[in-house]
Design a protein around this ligand. Structure first.
Ligand code: OMP
Length: 236
C-alpha cells in the first residue's frame, strides 16, 4: 500500500455529537483520517457516524467475541463503508478469519481489518497481570503473526514495537500506531509511547493521535503542527 500523504488519524473520542462534528470540521483538512471509537458509537450509532463526516472513517470498535458474533458485527457495520475496522487479535485465529470472511461481502472496497495486539496502555507489569509473562514485544509478535495468517490486513501496536514488527513481517501489512505523544505532551493512561517522528521513522503507516490534538486549545493548529513536523523531518 502507498503511504498516506498525511499519516495522522485523529481520534474523535467524545460522546457529544456537537463536539464530534466540530472536531471533524476543524480537523478534516489537517489529518488523513478520522477515527470514531466505541464511546461515540455506543452513544450515536451509525447515524451518528454519518452525521460527523461523509468520508470513510476508521471505525474503532475493537470487536472481541466468538467467531459467529464478530462476523455478525462486521456485517452489521458494512453499510458505513468504513476504511478500517478493529478487532482484538486475542479473539484468536477463527474469530479473525470469520471477520475477514464477513468483510469480503463488501467487495474490494471492504474495510481493512486491523488486529489490535497488546493495548498501548499496558506496561509489562500490567500484561503479566493478565497471565502473559512474556514481554509486550514478544506477545505483540506472537499475536501479529497469528492475526496476519488468519486474514487481518494490518495491526495496531505501540510505537515501541514498530521497528521490530517491520523487521519480522516485512513492509506490506499496515501498521496503525496509537500511543503517540509529541515531546512534552501528557502521557495520560498510555504506557508504551514514542513521538510522532520516532514512530514514523520506525516504519508506521498511520499514527493515531487523540488528546494531544483534541485536548489542545487549537486542535486544527495542533494537528497541522504535527503534520508539518512530519513532512519536514523535524525533531518532535
Ligand atoms: O485501536 C486503537 O486505536 C487503540 C489501540 C491501543 O492499543 N491503544 C489506543 O490508545 N488506541 C486508541 O487510540 C487513541 C489514543 O488516544 P490518545 O491517547 O488520546 O492519543 C484512543 O482512541 C484509543 O482508543
Amino acid at each position: 500500500m502507498t503511504k498516506p500523504a498525511n499519516p495522522i488519524i485523529a481520534a474523535i473520542d467524545t460522546t457529544d455529537l456537537a463536539t464530534a462534528k466540530q472536531w471533524s470540521a476543524q480537523l478534516g483538512d489537517h489529518v488523513g483520517l478520522l477515527k470514531l471509537g466505541l464511546a461515540f458509537y455506543l452513544a450515536h450509532g451509525q447515524s451518528g457516524v454519518r452525521a460527523v463526516t461523509d468520508r470513510p472513517v476508521f471505525l474503532d470498535l475493537k470487536l472481541h467475541d466468538i467467531p459467529n458474533t464478530v462476523a455478525g458485527g462486521v456485517k452489521a457495520v458494512l453499510p458505513l463503508s468504513a476504511a478500517m475496522l478493529t478487532l482484538h487479535a486475542g479473539g484468536g485465529s477463527a474469530m479473525i478469519a470469520a471477520a475477514r470472511n464477513a468483510a469480503e461481502a463488501a467487495g474490494p472496497a471492504r474495510p481493512k481489518l486491523l488486529a489490535v495486539t497488546v493495548l498501548t496502555s499496558l506496561s509489562a507489569e500490567a500484561l503479566a497481570e493478565t497471565g502473559v509473562a512474556d514481554s509486550p514485544a514478544a506477545q505483540v509478535l506472537r499475536l501479529a503473526r497469528m492475526a496476519l495468517k488468519s486474514g487481518a490486513d494490518g495491526l495496531v501496536c505501540s510505537p515501541q514495537e514498530v521497528a521490530m514488527l517491520r523487521a519480522e513481517i516485512g513492509p506490506e501489512p499496515l501498521l496503525v500506531v496509537p500511543g503517540i505523544r509529541p515531546l512534552g505532551a501528557d502521557i495520560g493512561d498510555q504506557a508504551r509511547t514514542l513521538t510522532p517522528r520516532e514512530a514514523m521513522s520506525a516504519g508506521a503507516d498511520w499514527l493515531v493521535i487523540g488528546r494531544p490534538i483534541t485536548g489542545a486549545a487549537d486542535p486544527a493548529g495542533a494537528a497541522a503542527a504535527i503534520a508539518a513536523d512530519l513532512a519536514t523531518g523535524g525533531s518532535s
